[in-house]
Design a protein around this ligand. Structure first.
Ligand SMILES: [Zn+2]
Length: 328
């Protein structure tokens, strides 16, 4: 069962989260494998999308926000787009668009940053968005501070969190064909810390330095977690192995109904809106050619078919999903 574990280090300004996606991740992979047009993801793409899925759950779990967190990677190589969307109730979906061959040992930059134009975007889309209100979006390049291409999505997201939230973050991610998992440690802001430089309060300075050492020590422990351990061990074992000497306080894990799980939000009405946005001419052209309009959902694989009557209904405002819509 997929699960999200939250914890704090008592008395220290550090919090953390561990996510393990099992059934939710396997569901996403199985739906992709069942798509006869695309087939299953190659291993490097699977790893990228799985790590993004784990990170998306951690980032959604980390904010108090009533809306979707959408993590996207826009690639300039064979992988054009990776999308992970996580709702406030931890329902999640994910998909990747691949157009070219991906070698078995392809790196992140070989997939999405071949011409230095790949980037990553994090969008917070409020649930009850007011008319005209834009979702908040942050975009980060796939380069490190010294201009080097980043090869781990975890480093890209650490940069993002430092930039956007001003919070030191350590992120360890891994994914294979069974599990997508992640561990996040974040240093919490200390009251007044921002003004510290201008203050002569040496006692406060010392205490902040002390707390900063706590974060460094916990960071080092966190970074020592190996990919195989993150994928293969259960949450109890990982947390005990890393932090057994630390004052760890855990919250009730989120799993099952309240935990991360696959959930697609597509429906016939939204697909109808999308078709309507193509315009009458375009839609009539498709019907002339194919006899109907068929749209597949990239996230869950659902197929939506609109025959000529359904399609015409989209433009006249008649219910498109009731056969012979005007019959009472
Ligand atoms: Zn769907």
């Amino acid at each position: 069962m997929s699960e999200l574990h939250k914890f704090i280090f008592e008395g220290l300004p550090v919090r953390g989260m561990l996510v393990r996606l099992t059934d939710a991740w396997q569901d996403i992979l199985a739906r992709r494998a069942a798509n006869s047009e695309t087939g299953a993801y190659p291993a490097p793409v699977r790893q990228l999308l799985g790590e993004m899925a784990a990170a998306g759950v951690l980032m959604q779990g980390n904010i108090k926000f009533n809306g979707a967190l959408v993590l996207q990677i826009f690639g300039d190589g064979p992988v054009k787009l990776g999308v992970v969307e996580v709702q406030p109730d931890l329902g999640l979906r994910a998909t990747c668009t691949q157009v070219g061959e991906v070698a078995d040992d392809a790196t992140l930059s070989q997939m999405v940053n071949v011409h230095n134009e790949g980037r990553c975007a994090i969008t917070l889309d409020p649930q009850d968005r007011l008319p005209g209100q834009q979702p908040y979006q942050g975009v980060v390049p796939l380069f490190g501070d010294r201009g080097e291409k980043l090869e781990n999505i975890s480093e890209v997201l650490e940069h993002y969190m430092l930039q956007s939230e001003q919070l030191d973050t350590v992120l360890v991610l891994a994914a294979d064909d069974k599990v997508a998992a992640g561990l996040l440690i974040q240093r919490l802001p200390i009251e007044g810390e921002g003004n510290l430089a201008g203050k002569a309060d040496s006692l406060m300075r010392e205490s902040v330095l002390g707390q900063s050492e706590d974060f460094s020590r916990i960071s080092i422990l966190t970074k020592s977690l190996k990919r195989e351990e993150l994928l293969g061990l259960d949450a109890e074992t990982i947390l005990h192995r890393l932090y057994w000497e630390e004052p760890l306080a855990r919250f009730e894990p989120l799993m099952g109904e309240t935990g991360p799980r696959f959930a697609c939000r597509c429906n016939r009405e939204r697909v109808g809106q999308m078709i309507r946005s193509l315009g009458t001419e375009e839609v009539e052209g498709i019907i002339a050619e194919q006899g109907q309009v068929e749209v597949g959902c990239d996230f869950c694989g659902a197929q939506y078919r609109f025959d000529p009557v359904d399609a015409a209904g989209l433009f006249t405002g008649l219910p498109a999903d009731v056969p012979g819509g005007s019959v009472h």
